[in-house]
Design a protein around this ligand. Structure first.
Ligand code: SF4
Length: 280
């Protein structure tokens, strides 16, 4: 009798428990520095410091989500003060857990608070303009999580999608980013695999909601004196999909084989495991 039971996805036992999936940020962490991946995902090593830029990005996302939640529920957009209060809450919560916060030159908590205010104002204006331009567009989900198999011999990849919308036959998936400046072609190319991951994750949903195509996009809010919101809709090619599969396959092979070399680079300065890694 043939055995029709589906084989369990590949996994490895680690000090931090069973690793039975990969996240996109895990894949990019491994590609940047395998040793950092080991600290963060496999040995559960406590972080020595947190980058203020990461804290800022997380707190901005929380506040942006409050605005999007209002749209999802058909309420008017909240006042800027309400969004800023959410930013402050998120900043306090995350910074309270950090042993040390590393600020970029010229930044401190107060200057970042001012920046958050300007960026949230620009983001809300962008949302209002989108509602006027596409009144029938409907939010399906915020912070939607999904896992899918990219390759038969790797564990599922977990995708966490910021914003899912339906506009006629288009299923629009948006990733909200904060950035020092407008993205150039190289930056778009670097981030493209994330959209390829998302497009894969959404195929079943595409059929479920009766949409005909997936439109992945980046919504980039610049961290400037006068922030602007850029919407980018790059197209992934078959070569991008193959490259992504190759990368995920290589990362999983390295993890299974216990290959975690240190990879020095500019990123070491803000690495939360620098002391453990380099003894300084
Ligand atoms: S300090 Fe640098 S080499 Fe060491 S784990 Fe962090 S990123 Fe990797």
């Amino acid at each position: 009798m043939p055995n029709h039971a589906a084989a369990a996805p590949p996994s490895v036992e680690t000090e931090a428990g069973l690793l039975d999936h990969l996240s996109w940020s895990g894949v990019t962490t491994y590609l940047q520095c395998p040793k950092k991946f080991n600290y963060r995902y496999l040995t559960d090593t406590p972080e020595e410091r947190k980058s203020a830029a990461l804290l800022f990005g997380g707190a901005f996302h929380r506040a942006a989500e409050v605005a999007l939640q209002a749209r999802l529920e058909g309420r008017p957009f909240p006042a800027l003060a309400e969004l800023l209060a959410e930013y402050d809450r998120a900043w306090q919560e995350e910074s309270a857990e950090a042993a040390e916060i590393v600020f970029a030159k010229g930044d401190d908590a107060a200057s970042l608070h001012g920046l958050a205010e300007r960026m949230l104002s620009a983001f809300t204006q962008h949302l209002e303009a989108e509602v006027r331009a596409a009144p029938h567009r409907r939010i399906l989900a915020l912070e939607h999580e999904d896992r899918f198999r990219l390759l038969p011999d790797t564990p599922p990849v977990e995708a966490r999608l910021d914003l899912l919308e339906l506009d006629g036959a288009d299923l629009i998936v948006s990733e909200i980013k904060t950035s020092k400046s407008r993205w150039n072609e190289q930056k778009v190319a670097e981030a493209l695999p994330q959209l390829v991951v998302y497009a894969h994750a959404l195929m079943p949903l595409l059929r479920e909601v009766g949409a005909k195509r997936i439109r992945p996009r980046f919504v980039v809010v610049t961290k400037a004196k006068t922030p602007v919101v850029h919407v980018l809709e790059p197209q992934a090619t078959q070569a991008d999909v193959l490259r992504l599969r190759e990368q995920v396959g290589e990362v999983w092979k390295g993890i299974r084989a216990g290959v975690f070399p240190a990879r020095d680079g500019w990123w070491c300065t803000a690495c939360p495991f620098r002391t453990a890694c380099q003894g300084r």
